[in-house]
Design a protein around this ligand. Structure first.
Ligand SMILES: [Zn+2]
Length: 86
């Protein structure tokens, strides 16, 4: 399927180009590329769950928490939510 091929190459591109990236995956629910990115904010390390297709992001206290949110971007990305629940 063309869509999933595109998603796979998007994922590779994200992994290769986004600074601080820890993990990227294609969310099965909406087909977007989502990622966990490590950020220093006010001198503290945070892990940010990001929807790379829509630019939405959620800051998590731990890497595990951010990682666990990745498979369901419709729960935290407004655009994915609209895609998923139509
Ligand atoms: Zn999204």
């Amino acid at each position: 399927m063309t869509a999933s091929l595109n998603s796979r190459s998007r994922k590779a591109e994200v992994l290769a180009t986004v600074p601080g990236i820890k993990q990227a995956r294609v969310a099965r629910t909406t087909g977007v590329v989502v990622a966990v990115v490590r950020r220093e904010i006010d001198g503290e390390t945070h892990h940010v769950a990001m929807c790379m297709d829509h630019g939405e992001q959620v800051i998590h206290e731990t890497y595990d928490s951010a990682r666990r949110s990745l498979p369901e971007p419709e729960e935290w990305c407004g655009t994915c939510c609209r895609l998923y629940w139509v």
